[in-house]
Design a protein around this ligand. Structure first.
Ligand SMILES: [Zn+2]
Length: 454
């Protein structure tokens, strides 16, 4: 009797283990099958034995298509490099690329038939992108050997016209494992526009100004004082120069650190944090249904001086380039950004447009950023096109060259473009990111005037 009991117990254990294994396999298959199929070791499947849809840019230029059963990319090496992070290389190495994000649509992969669906059932979609790949190529080249990201979008339609991330590589000459160890390929698979966030430096003054406009009633009529150095609770906050008596508008144009540090300290931690969260910090933001790197504002453990530094875009502040693009779209659109998109005629589960700031605040920021360009950078920066902008130079640690930023948008709605450019360790924003944004804007302007993006 005992032996029979023991045997049936063992049988039950075996049956239980069998079904657990099956359940585990099904779970893994459902959740992972797609990434197995597209994994680098199985790359030959995705590349050679299947028919994939075509990806074209806004002008119909083919970025990738199938030729004789193989994925064939654009013939221009500069274009291939500029659109690498957008189009992808047919593997899962760049998870935010269109070929990864829409692999189901492009390759017709499904868990039942895998890549083996008969051609007659071929449902592969061609995808038309909103980017101008020729502009992307010029912008990508203008980074020279620097790393960073550049974005531009139509703030009325949401169409992204330019998205580049550096460093990059040619999809036909992938860097070897050894080359990948080299500093110049650091983070090469990351689309920095989507998946990275950086210290903002002075572009953050836009947010501090917005918080001040909302919560300090007389802020626009006030006069502040900058004597280059201010001691707060025994710690130093410093400015680039001694600006003397200065109002908010000129503090923005001249990017005075002391004024914005004072505003942050006056508002205090709680109000600063809740305002930043209202503007979109510390919460998920999306692009084409993918979560982008979060923009962060954290002053929990900040001293008063740290709080001052946080109001000028230092301390623990982090912003993502795509998020900055949306913020520019918000200011241009009375506080509600149109969500950026890069695909036409495909559902990406886009979120509804949500308000980031009050209409009156957006309007005032717009005028201040216009004043900044007119009176400080000069309209010649954008070839006379009336733009609103703010630069930033973000300190990233002792002995390291700061990151250069410029963000902005067109004042004139007949050329509805917003942009966001970061040059990693590029030094002053106006010197590093400024010329990249300048040529990108001029290039897009001529495209607009010749109705290329209609
Ligand atoms: Zn100052």
């Amino acid at each position: 009797m005992k032996i029979v009991k023991l045997r049936s117990l063992m049988l039950y254990i075996i049956i239980f283990a069998f079904f657990t294994g099956i359940a585990f396999f099904i779970y893994e298959f459902v959740t992972q099958a797609q990434s197995w199929a597209f994994s680098p070791v199985n790359r030959h499947l995705a590349e050679n034995s299947i028919v994939g849809g075509k990806i074209t840019d806004v002008n119909g230029l083919v970025l990738v298509e199938n030729v004789n059963g193989k994925r064939a990319y654009n013939e221009d090496e500069d274009i291939r490099k500029a659109v690498l992070h957008t189009v992808g290389d047919g593997s899962v190495l760049i998870p935010t690329s269109i070929q990864s994000r829409y692999s189901k649509e492009i390759f017709g992969y499904n868990p039942v038939t895998g890549f083996g669906a008969p051609k007659i059932f071929n449902m592969n979609k061609n995808i038309k992108l909103t980017i101008d790949s020729r502009v992307c190529s010029e912008v990508s080249k203008s980074f020279k050997d620097y790393k960073g990201a550049a974005l531009a979008y139509n703030y009325i339609t949401g169409d992204v016209l330019c998205m580049v991330s550096l460093p990059t590589y040619d999809v036909y000459k992938r860097p070897s494992a050894q080359e990948l160890q080299d500093e110049r390929y650091n983070g090469v698979y990351i689309n920095r526009a989507i998946s990275s966030s950086f210290t903002p430096g002075s572009i953050f003054k836009i947010f501090t100004t917005a918080a001040g406009l909302d919560l300090i009633p007389d802020i626009e009529s006030r006069t502040f004082d900058c004597n280059k150095i201010k001691i707060v609770d025994g710690e130093k906050v410093t400015c680039m120069s001694s600006h003397g008596h200065i109002n908010l508008k000129n503090a923005m144009a001249k990017s005075c650190d002391i004024v914005f540090s004072d505003i942050g300290i006056e508002l205090g931690k709680e109000k600063m944090k809740s305002k930043m969260e209202e503007f979109g910090f510390n919460r998920p933001q999306y692009f084409e249904g993918m979560e982008i790197a979060q923009s962060e504002y954290d002053v929990k453990d900040a001293s008063q001086a740290d709080l001052g530094w946080s109001a000028i875009g230092q301390y623990h502040d982090k912003v993502n380039p795509m998020y900055m693009l949306k913020v520019m779209g918000a200011i241009a659109n009375a506080g509600v950004p149109v969500e950026p998109r890069i695909t036409k005629h495909i559902s990406s589960g886009a979120l509804p447009n949500t308000r980031l700031m009050r209409p009156s605040t957006a309007e005032k920021l717009k005028e201040m950023m216009r004043y900044t360009v007119k009176n400080h950078y000069g309209d010649s920066l954008f070839g006379g096109i009336p733009m609103c902008a703010k630069t930033g130079t973000a300190e990233v640690g002792e002995g390291k060259v700061p990151h250069g930023w410029i963000v902005g948008f067109s004042y004139d709605k007949t050329f509805p473009i917003a942009f966001s450019v970061i040059v990693e360790n590029g030094d002053f924003g106006i010197k590093s990111a400024g010329p990249i944004a300048s040529s990108m804007i001029k290039d897009l302007y001529s495209g607009f005037k010749s109705n290329k993006y209609a």
